[in-house]
Design a binder for this molecule. Structure first.
Ligand SMILES: [Zn+2]
Ligand SMILES: [Zn+2]
Length: 424
């Protein structure tokens, strides 16, 4: 029996990696333009960190975390999302002392024991972004604008939905109104929603069941319960989006799966992956840093799922990110092989991506390999070419054969090859 990857864990094979690298470099480019800096944080953290931040009665903490007891008997967890451990690092290193406004991003894998489905894996990857140290609504608008720009530059489209979840002063009144609505409609709700009415009532609005959704059309809206300062904050956030001409809609039934959100929440929704699904989501978490033992500073962030971005890209474009090499050296005979060995080393040191064959295969078979490597050029090198001091450089796209001088030392061969590959 061969050993296979775990369910919900996926290899990203070389054919696909180009897309991932492209996504990451585009994202870094956008983040840097908006003043963000990268932070790299561990995958394993103390379990307590996630229980305290995400919330004990959330699906993630209740049933989705990869938690284990390590060899010292300590409970540790593989991060299920990106915010908590960035905040842990922010607090631990007192980053706010160095710079009052911190704009941080991290890119990497997250782990949740969910039922795997299209675009949802147990190890998944996120672009995760945080702005720490301000509750200015212009920052909320700017962050959503950046998420929107990011998708634009990926060549993807999604619609931005925005909501406010209020604050600890006004949310309890809404919760109360919602719970009484839910109790009044108990018989029409699914079992999950009935359970959540008692444990985490806001989450019922996330229910995907048609019957529940229909009921919730008449549920009270949180926007009618915002206190004056939350209302003002939400209006200013909207104004910021309008000022930057970012298209959005208000969805007052959007709640987020994590307990720590307050005020602004948002999702980027796409319908290109079958059912409507979020390709990115985020929100404000003003009490969270303090709740984790840090200074009393507000924060806001979002995350985008990279698997979904890759899926969306693969639907739109035809393999635009394949890896290619500059030069394949096809060698015929022992002397040519030895010369090719030296040449290819010199060419790589000059900055070109180059591959050769060591197995003494036929020219036809080596040309096939050159194509599989997506070589731009193939240099054909045999005893004849070495004797004549002239080789043949084949442009793999146009099939044109160009003579290349093999006079002088290997260094001048390199220059001759490079000058042709650069000009064409
Ligand atoms: Zn409020
Ligand atoms: Zn339901």
């Amino acid at each position: 029996m061969t050993i296979q990857a775990l369910k919900g864990f996926k290899d990203i094979l070389p054919d696909e990696v180009g897309t991932w690298q492209w996504l990451e470099s585009m994202a870094r480019n956008v983040f840097h333009r908006f003043g963000f800096e990268e932070i790299k944080v561990p995958i394993l953290e103390k379990t307590e960190l996630f229980a305290r931040s995400i919330g004990e009665s959330t699906d993630i903490v209740e049933k989705e975390m990869y938690t284990l007891i390590d060899r010292n008997g300590e409970s540790i967890t593989m991060r299920p999302e990106g915010t908590a451990n960035v905040l842990r690092a922010f607090i631990e290193h007192g980053l706010h002392v160095r710079k009052p406004l911190q704009k941080l991003y991290t890119i990497g894998p997250m782990f949740r024991h969910e039922n795997p489905q299209k675009g949802r894996l147990r190890q998944f990857h996120q672009l995760s972004v945080e702005v720490l140290g301000t509750n200015n609504p212009m920052v909320d608008a700017e962050l959503m604008a950046m998420a929107w720009v990011l998708l634009q530059e990926f060549g993807l489209s999604a619609s931005l939905e925005v909501n406010s979840l209020g604050c600890p002063q006004c949310r309890p009144q809404y919760k109360e109104a919602l719970v009484s609505f839910l109790k009044g409609n108990k018989n029409d709700l699914c079992e999950d929603c009935r359970r959540r009415t008692l444990t985490n009532p806001l989450r019922v609005l996330d229910c995907k069941k048609e019957k529940c959704r229909a009921r919730y059309q008449e549920a009270p809206s949180i926007l009618d319960y915002l206190c004056p300062s939350c209302k003002e904050h939400f209006q200013a956030t909207e104004k910021g989006l309008q000022t930057l001409s970012i298209p959005y809609t208000i969805n007052s039934f959007m709640v987020r799966g994590l307990d720590y959100y307050s005020r602004t929440t948002f999702e980027l929704i796409t319908d290109t992956l079958g059912a409507q699904s979020a390709v990115g989501a985020g929100g404000r978490y003003d009490g969270l840093i303090e709740q984790l033992g840090g200074p009393s500073l507000p924060g806001i962030g979002f995350a985008m799922g990279m698997e979904r971005l890759v899926l969306m890209l693969s639907q739109q474009k035809k393999d635009p990110f394949h890896q290619e090499i500059d030069l394949f050296v096809a060698v015929l005979g022992n002397t040519a092989q030895e010369t090719g060995f030296i040449l290819i080393h010199a060419i790589r040191r000059k900055g070109l991506r180059a591959v050769m064959d060591f197995e003494g295969r036929s020219l036809k078979s080596q040309m096939k390999q050159a194509n599989r490597h997506n070589a731009r050029y193939t240099l054909i090198l045999g005893q004849d070419e070495i004797d004549k001091k002239e080789g043949v450089l084949r442009n793999m796209a146009t099939k044109e054969q160009l003579p290349v001088s093999l006079a002088g030392d290997i260094g001048s061969w390199c220059d001759a090859v490079i000058s042709i590959t650069k000009t064409q």
